[in-house]
Design a protein around this ligand. Structure first.
Ligand code: SPD
Length: 278
């Protein structure tokens, strides 16, 4: 048996599956969990790969440590989405963290990940973590000047995720950030989501002074060439704390100071797609 994700009828990814572990239609999306032959357990939402046990570290290390090693003394972080807990696990590796708020729209994702993905949910009960299950867009409106970092760990811009790729959302993010804060969003693949990348980085550039797209090689996402985009009025990912980055790297399987620098180097065709300010 094979799990197959189709990329717009252009290409597809196949993963050999041992068995299906769970299947349900939640209030928001179709949730499927499989045991694969090679990648451990696999979570898909509306038929799209979100993570496997074997490769999730790449995405979660890169969406957290790039911005966290750039902030001087990160204390308060908001994760919008991220119901599998992988981003929260990585954030808590930083000693300065006092509070991590996670707002996931679909509680079923977290409940099921607690059963099938114990290595990503392992830090969700840490006393510094506050979990909310509601619409991230509305939730964030309640905050002003509070977070050092806001991470949008969303699914793709279909279904419940669409609003998280638009300018109104980035304006709310800016309001909820401290003046010297930074945001990061997963920003899709330049091979299959060129228009999304152009529109979302353009929308960020309308709201923030610095917009920086960077690359993470996520094997099981479309094309494997995945991007994340940071935006801030004052911080630049180039100005990161190399010492802290090296210390965090001791706990990582992908991220390290060389990767931090290299991830910011964009191929020419990607430079043409995004609104990078630096
Ligand atoms: N095409 C897949 C994009 C998914 C990005 N988010 C994944 C969530 C992992 N925490």
């Amino acid at each position: 048996m094979w799990f197959v994700e189709n990329y717009d009828e252009k290409a597809s990814l196949g993963l050999k599956v041992k068995k299906k572990l769970h299947e349900e239609q939640s209030k928001f999306q179709k949730i499927d969990i499989y045991e694969t032959e090679f990648f451990g357990n696999l979570l898909t939402l509306d038929g799209l790969v979100m993570l496997t046990e074997k490769d999730e570290f790449v995405y979660h290390e890169m969406i957290t440590h790039m911005p966290l090693c750039t902030i001087k003394n990160p204390e308060r972080v908001l994760v919008i989405g991220g119901g599998d807990g992988g981003a929260v696990r990585e954030i808590l590796k930083h000693d300065s963290i006092k509070e991590v708020v996670m707002c996931e729209i679909d509680q079923r994702v977290t409940d099921l990940c607690r059963i099938y993905f114990p290595t990503t949910t392992c830090k969700l009960d840490d006393p510094r973590v506050k979990l909310h299950f509601e619409d991230g867009f509305k939730f964030m409106d309640g905050y002003e000047g509070y977070f050092d970092l806001i991470i949008t760990d969303s699914s793709d811009p279909v279904g419940p995720g669409v609003a998280l790729f638009q300018e109104d959302y980035y304006r709310l993010v800016k309001k909820a950030l401290k003046p010297g804060g930074i945001m990061v969003s997963q920003s899709e693949s330049p091979w299959y989501f060129e228009d999304t990348m152009t529109s979302m980085t353009g929308a960020m550039a309308n709201v923030f002074k610095n917009v920086q797209t960077y690359i993470a090689l996520v094997t099981l996402y479309p094309s494997g060439l995945w991007t994340m985009t940071a935006a801030s009025d004052s911080l630049s990912l180039y100005d990161f704390d190399e010492k802290r980055s090296a210390k965090i790297a001791e706990t990582c399987k992908y991220y390290n100071p060389e990767i931090h620098k290299g991830a910011l180097a964009l191929p020419n065709f990607v430079k043409k797609i995004v609104h990078n300010t630096k």
